[in-house]
Design a protein around this ligand. Sequence first.
Ligand code: FAD
Ligand code: NAD
Length: 489
Amino acid sequence: MTEHFDVVVIGAGPAGYVAAIRCAQLGMKTACIDQWLDADGKPALGGTCLNVGCIPSKSLLESSERFMQVRDELQDHGIKVAGVELDLATMLKRKDKVVRDLTGGIEQLFRANGVIAIHGRGQLQAGKQVAVTEQGKSESRVISGEHIILAPGSSPAQLDHVALQGDVVVDSTGALEFRDVPQQLGIIGAGAIGLELGSVWRRLGAQSVTLLEAQDSFLPMVDQQVAKQALRSFTAQGLDIRLDSRVTDCEVTDKGAEVQYQIGDENHYARFDRLIVAVGRRPNTADIAADEATLLLDEWGLIHVDDHCKTNLPGVYAIGDAVRGPMLAHKGSEEGVMVAERIAGHPVAMNYDTVPSVIYTRPEVAWVGQSEEALKSVGTAYNSGVFPFTASGRARALGDTDGFIKVLADAQTDRLLGVHMVGPHCSELISEAVIAMQLGGSAEDVCMTVFAHPTLSESFHEAALAAHDRAVHIAPRRKRSQKGTRKTR
Ligand code: FAD
Ligand code: NAD
C-alpha cells in the first residue's frame, strides 16, 4: 500500500527543512526527502546553504578576517604580534566541523519535531504522488501526500567554454576546499560568491585576485552610491575587478588556467594558478517532476508559482532557489513557513519588499527595499539622508570607518522606501531597517527612536535624521531639490 503523508517535502535545504519542521509543528504528518551526500558519502541535511554555501563560506570569511587583522591591523592598536602563520589545514577542518555540527543539528530538529527524513531522490508524479529512490537502493517506491512542497534548490551555473578541471578550475564548492593558498587567483563573475571567496583567499595571502565580470557596471542590483564605495574599498584591498570582460576560452596547461578574454574589442590573456567560476546558479528542476505530472516551469527552468508559492498543480507548492526571486537562504525559509501556514489554513503572506540582501565582504554591503536608481526610474519623489561611518565614534574606536548608511524615504508620506549600507557589521545593522520597514515605519519613526551610544546603529539614526535635514554629527550638505526625483538633505 502507498504510504500517505499530510505533507511530502522534496529537498532539505533552508527552504525545504524549515517548511518540513513548520508543517510538523502545525500537526501534519510530514516526510522530507533529500539526496545530499557529504564528502564521505553520508547523507547530510541542510542543502547548499549548510553544506557548501552560506555556512562554510562565512566560516572561512570569519577565519580569514581574523588572520588578516592579527597580521596587519593589531599593531595600530598597540598590540605587537610576532610570527603570525597560517595553518590552512586547521582552518578548513574548523569549517568542516561547523558544517557537520549544523547539518547534524537539523537531523536532531527533524527527530524532535517528528519529521520523517528520507535519504534519497524524489520525483513528483501525477496525482500528488512522489517516486522515491532511497540511497543505496535501485528500486523506487511511491509515497503520496495531501500536499507536496518542492524545494530542490539550485546548482552552480557552468560556462560552455570553461570546463571545471580538478582543483585548478573550480566552482564555488571547489573554492571552499583549496588545500593551499592560490597565488594568482582568477574568478569569473564579480557577484556575491566571487567577492566573498575572492576576499577569503586575498586575506589569506593570494598575491593577486582578478575578477572578470561580464557586465559593464559593478553590482548593478545594488544602490550605485553604495556599489561605488564598495568598489573603491575592494580595489584598495587588492581585488582587481575588471568590468565588461567576456571570457572566450580557457585551457588548463602545466602553467595553470590560461584564459582568453575580451574587453570591448580588445583581446586579453591571463594565467591563473586557480580559477573559480562564479557566474550564478541554476535551479535543480530538470528531473523534479515526471512529464505526466505536467508541472509548469518558466523559460529559466524555475518552477512557476504565484505570490503564495502555489504551482500550476493543486496541492503542489514550490519554494526557495527553484522559484522566482532572489536566491537567498532566508527568502526560501520564509517561503517555507508561509506555505506551511497556508496549508494549515492560516492566510499568511510573505512581504517580499523587505527581504534583505547582504554581501559578507569587508566592508559588508547590505540593503533592503528600493535603490535610488529604482525610485528615479519610476519617478517616485523621495528624501535621502546619508551618514558616513567616519563620523561615528564607535566606527572610529573599531578602526573601521569605510562606508556609510543611506536612508531613502517617500517625500510625501515619509515612509521608508529603502536603506542601503556599506561598512562594518552591516549584515547585522540591516535588520534594524528591515524591522522598521516591515512595521511600515517612517524616517521620522527612526528619528524619534533612542539608540545606544556609542554604537554603529547610531549611524542609521543619523542617516534618518539627515533625510529630515537634522543630522547632528555631520555638517549640513547643500540642498538640491528636484520635483519627482530627489531632495538631497
Ligand atoms: P538548496 O539549499 O540548494 O537545497 C536543496 C536540497 O534539495 C539539496 O540538498 C538537494 O540535494 C536536494 N534535492 C534537489 N533535488 C532533489 C530531488 N529530486 N530529490 C531529493 N533531494 C533533492 N544565501 C544567503 O542567504 N546568505 C549567504 O550568505 C549565502 N552564501 C552562499 C555562499 C555560497 C558559496 C553559495 C553557493 C550560496 C550561498 N547562498 C547564500 C545561497 C543559498 O545557499 C541558497 O539560496 C539556499 O541554499 C537555497 O535554499 P534551497 O532550500 O532553496 O535549496
Ligand atoms: P551572482 O548572480 O551574484 O553573480 C554572478 C556574476 O557573474 C554576475 O555579476 C554576472 O554578471 C557575472 N557573470 C555571469 N556570466 C558571466 C560570464 N560569462 N563572464 C563573466 N561574468 C559573468 O551569482 P553568484 O555570485 O554565482 O552567486 C549565486 C547565487 O548565490 C546568487 O543568487 C547569490 O544571491 C547567492 N549567494 C548569496 C550570498 C549572500 O547572500 N551573501 C553569497 C553567495 C551566494
